[in-house]
Every structure is written in structure tokens, then in C-alpha cells.
Write a protein that binds this ligand. Sequence first.
Ligand SMILES: [Zn+2]
Length: 201
Amino acid sequence: MIELETITKLIESLRKLPGVGIKTAERMAYQILEMKEEHINDFVLAMNNVKSRIKKCPICGSYMEDDLCPFCNDMERDSSSLVVVSYFKDALAFEKIKKYYGLYHVLNGSLSPSKGIGIADINIPSLLKRIEEGHFKEIILATDPNVEGETTALYLNKLLEKYNVTVTRLAYGLPMGAQLDYADELTLIRALEGRNKVGKD
Ligand SMILES: [Zn+2]
């Protein structure tokens, strides 16, 4: 079998992307080979920049460009309200519906005993620190409506009992087993507006 090492290397790299199998990776590799050189250069530069310029906000865990978090640096936001999400893309889903103007906390994962992901592995310690030091009135638990997201919400709810804040959970609405950022805007608006108080009473 003829094998061109350079192409094989590219195929191997492409296969590291989620949902890309061998056939798709092969097709992509040959398409890249046909691309204009300037487009390939733009592509490479964009990939390098994303790694070198995007960082995680030390306060909320969101991705930020250079040293500016789009949420924590926005003084217009309501600092009494905090939406807790698993991933940055979920915060973006909230931004899209234009019904929420508070702050975010991105856990960068969900608790998963079966995968060995515990409290210290996701941004829970920084969340507790923020609640202790901030002036939040409401914490909205907006982790995914699947087993790991529910586990995380239940656990957070327990942890937050000792603080003087109202803890709410999105109404579902959202299909169970789904990922929050895949919900359509209307479903997400309903889930936010119909959110329920959890715990305490
Ligand atoms: Zn931030």
C-alpha cells in the first residue's frame, strides 16, 4: 500500500477532533492539500492564536482573549446574580437569548464519580470563594440536564446551603440527557424564566 507520510500525519492530527473518523479525516486531509496556500496559512495562524491568546479567567473560568474577561470586566452586569454552567459555550448560549444580564461561573466540567472527576478537578473551590467574597443574591444552577449535570447541581446545592443566597435550578423544559448549548433559544428562555428554587424550604 502506498502511504504518503506527510498526509498520514495530517490525517492522524485531524482524527483527534471530536466526531472525526478515519474516512472524514482522509477527505479533509485531501481537501486541505487542495487549498490555497494563503488559506492554509490563515488556518495555521488561527489555530496557533487560539492556543496562545485564549486563556481562562482566574475569577470565573470563562475563556478570555489576552487578559480581558468579557463578563468580569463588564461593569454594566448585575453582580447580584450568578449563573453556574459546566462549559463556556453554555454561557454563550445564555448570552444569545438576551434575557440574562448577570455574571457567570464556568465549572469547566461536571462532577463524575465514575470518571473520577471530583470537586477539586472542576472550578468549585473558586465558586465558593466568589460566593463568600461577593454580594450574590441568587445562584442559578445551569449545568447540563444529564446525569453528570444533575449530579453536579445536587452537590452544589448541598454545598451552597450554608450561604445566604437563593439557589435556583433551570426548569426542564430542557430535554433530559441533552446538552444545554444545544437547546433552542425559546426552550432556554423558558428554562430560565421558569427556574425553581431548590433546597432549604
Ligand atoms: Zn471572568
